[in-house]
Write a protein that binds this ligand. Structure first.
Ligand code: NAD
Length: 479
């Protein structure tokens, strides 16, 4: 078993790490024990962050794109250098296997690099004018001070996308990080600080989420709101932002169909889906969550998949041989118990798993359910955990009706050897992202975001910068 020392987490405001007026315990989900504390901000700390971010914006927005790029690249290098220690801290507070925590931390460094580069490419344009002597110019300018809210499932990944795009664009940011997994997020912010990004550009606070969002979003200093989390909270925050005409990016939940067509390479589909489904114990917004399998290969798929699931080793994520750690908090274990009990009570069959593991920590068995009726809650609510409902389909139209039935549209997956079917799936499924025969989402250079109740805006690709810039049109007649 690997070891690590878990640090307490302070607030970072105007370039200084400071305590808050109160603090809360941080628990290790593998043991349920307190491992440290996280400072909570009060109104005075939020005011200080607003003041610092506002003051810093006046200067940072005028720093050249090239200089911003250099500082960000340095932050990415620091994150790479520190990734082993940060990964262990993340596993202690969040539970995921340390190999996944390493991947998340190193991938975050790649995201910083990508957004740093994109910051240098915020080209404006010249539009040919209708009259002689007129110059028509389009500028892309930083939006201003950003309020960002990030959750506990990917403590670094969710924060790095928002912070790095804001910094690269010339914005400043107040990040409300995840209270349950605060230290790895703070370690990211320390990389920005140590890279030389000036005081006030990035500010990190923790506290009571609703109090912070209700204060920051309407505040006149804040010009842009970005949130990752559940759809109900996202709708509340988007409504508040709308009342105050603030720009928003919303990266919300999903309930991704994972379709296995009759002609799929079944062994490949089983291997890929068993790997993807239990990553981060299923607490992933793009997790494959509704398995829809053609009736002619249904039994073979269910048998093979169930066998693969039985091999998933569950335990403390600091043990390198563990494939799935605990759930991140006790709420998720309660949710898994309730969703499983509801499905079984409505007639589903349990193929493996189905219950909590032990009395220590927040462990739940990798679980497979079949014959789950559409009325079961798990067919209608994002599971966000290691429970898989598998259903069969027979007709193409019926499949697309089911795949598109729910209000979300974040990710969708399909397995088929047919190019024509793959093409049809890509066009007909209502989803911001579609991955066929593999799980190839969330690279820095590819768009990342949903449609419908999954939110709007993109946090990847060249599109990621759009959220942090205003378009300004200047027309000038030379006299
Ligand atoms: P939740 O809905 O209470 O919180 C979700 C996130 O929103 C948390 O990070 C929380 O701190 C934040 N939040 C809650 N109320 C807020 C407010 N008023 N203002 C600002 N932030 C607020 O539920 P939870 O138990 O933490 O998570 C459960 C559900 O959240 C999951 O089922 C999943 O659907 C969703 N979730 C989605 C993602 C994602 O990556 N899209 C990440 C984490 C959680």
């Amino acid at each position: 078993m690997l070891t690590a020392t878990y640090p307490d987490t302070s607030l970072f405001i105007d370039g200084k790490w400071i305590p808050g007026p109160s603090s809360d315990p941080v628990l290790n989900p593998a043991t349920g024990e307190e491992i440290g504390r996280v400072a909570h901000a009060g109104r005075a700390e939020l005011d200080a962050a607003l003041e610092a971010a506002s003051r810093a914006f006046a200067k940072w927005s005028r720093v050249t794109a090239h200089e911003r790029y250099k500082l960000l690249r340095k932050a990415g290098e620091l994150l790479r250098e520190r990734h082993e220690e940060i990964a262990r801290i993340m596993t202690m507070e969040q539970g995921k296997p340390v190999a996944e925590a390493r991947v998340e931390t190193l991938a975050a460094a790649d995201i910083i690099d990508w957004l740093a580069e994109e910051g240098r490419r915020q080209y404006g344009r010249l539009i040919p004018a209708r009259a002689e002597g007129v110059q028509q110019i389009v500028h892309r300018e930083p939006v201003g001070v950003v309020a960002a809210f990030t959750p506990w499932n990917f403590p670094i990944n969710q924060a790095v996308r928002k912070c790095s795009a804001a910094i690269a664009a010339g914005c400043t940011i107040i990040l409300k990080g995840p209270e349950e997994t605060p230290a790895s997020c703070a370690a990211l912010v320390k990389c920005y600080e140590d890279a030389g990004i000036p005081a006030g550009v990035v500010n990190l606070v923790y506290g009571t989420p609703s109090e912070i969002s209700e204060y920051l979003i309407p505040h006149p200093v804040i010009k842009k709101v970005t949130f990752t989390g559940s759809t109900p909270v996202g709708k509340k925050l988007a409504a508040l932002a709308g009342e105050h005409m603030k720009r928003v990016t919303m990266e919300l939940g999903g309930h991704a169909p994972a379709v296995v067509f009759e002609d799929a390479d079944l062994d490949h589909a089983i291997k890929m889906l068993a790997g993807a489904k239990f990553r981060n114990a299923g607490q992933v917004c793009v997790s494959p969550t509704r398995f829809l399998v053609h009736e002619n290969v249904y039994e073979r798929f269910v048998d093979g998949f169930t066998e693969a699931v039985k091999q998933v080793k569950v335990g403390n994520g600091l043990d390198e041989s563990v494939r799935m750690g605990p759930l991140a908090n006790s709420r998720r274990v309660d949710a898994m118990e309730a969703l499983t009990a509801d499905a079984l009570q409505k007639g589903a069959s349990l193929r493996t798993g189905g219950g909590r593991i032990g009395n220590t920590g927040y462990f739940f068995q990798p679980t497979v359910l079949t014959e789950v009726p559409l009325s079961a809650r798990i067919m209608n609510e994002e599971p966000f955990g290691p429970v898989v409902p598998i259903s069969s389909f027979s007709s193409r139209d019926g499949l697309f009706d089911e795949a598109n039935r729910l209000p979300w549209g974040l990710a969708a997956y399909a397995y088929t050897r047919s190019g024509q079917l793959a093409d049809e799936f890509g066009r007909r499924v209502e989803s911001g992202m579609v991955s066929i025969n593999h799980h190839g989402l969330a690279f820095p250079e590819t768009p990342f975001g949903g449609i419908k109740d999954s939110g709007f805006g993109s946090e990847g690709g060249i599109e990621a910068m759009d959220a942090y810039v205003n378009t300004k049109f200047v027309t000038q007649l030379n006299v």
